[in-house]
Write a protein that binds this ligand. Structure first.
Ligand code: FAD
Length: 171
């Protein structure tokens, strides 16, 4: 990942696309800028892993426009609410709201962005909804779900499945 301008104009677009409008993908200026950044990212990686360019079998880049399209996040941000001093940590929303029965979780809550934090906020939201201290229970060793108990087909391996999907999409 890298810091990058989010403004649509930077990507050759007059404004943020409306929900469901994916025509930006065919905009030649958008494609040119995206390709340029993709090359820069690969070149940066090659500085620490020389020769990696010759070993890439699949490449795809996501931009703020991609993020905006798929997650509908404001300005295509991947990390929820702006991480400013006044919106950091305890200054972000918690799991409880003023509306009875409505709980919050995700990157914009007090646990902050990233997969682990989003997961933690989900656990706390579930705990608040169930009126249980799930965090304390898990820390005390309670196992709430067992691997393989989700009903996935036997031998199903998520990374291998994702790779097969990528190969199919490329064809
Ligand atoms: C390119 C990239 C790389 C990242 N790499 C890492 C990493 O290596 N490690 C890490 O820990 N974190 C990483 N992150 C951050 C991490 O992915 C996010 O912080 C995390 O997924 C946020 O989870 P979330 O559930 O809050 O939001 P999301 O995962 O964004 O889920 C929100 C969901 O709500 C849906 N939605 C939005 N609006 C509506 C609506 N009106 N109605 C119905 N559904 C709606 C969206 O489609 C989406 O499915 C990365 C993020 C990006 C973009």
């Amino acid at each position: 990942m890298t810091l990058i301008p989010a403004e649509p104009e930077f990507w050759g677009l007059p404004s943020w696309p409306a929900v469901g409008d994916d025509s930006y993908q065919r905009n030649s200026e958008y494609l040119r800028v995206k390709e340029a950044f993709t090359e820069i990212m690969i070149a940066r990686v090659a500085e620490v892993i020389p020769g990696i360019e010759q070993h890439i079998v699949w490449r795809e880049a996501a931009t703020p426009l991609t993020q905006h399209r798929y997650t509908r996040s404001t300005n295509g941000t991947p990390y929820g609410l702006e991480m400013s001093i006044t919106q950091f940590g305890p200054f972000r929303p918690g799991v409880r709201t003023e509306i009875s029965g409505l709980f919050l979780c995700g990157a914009s809550t007090a646990w902050g962005p990233a997969v682990e934090s989003a997961m933690l906020s989900g656990m706390h939201a579930a705990g608040a909804a169930c009126r249980r201290d799930l965090d304390g229970e898990i820390r005390a060793g309670k196992v709430l779900a067992r691997l393989g108990a989700s009903g996935d087909p036997e031998g199903w391996e998520p990374l291998a499945a994702a790779k097969q999907l990528a190969v199919r999409t490329a064809r």
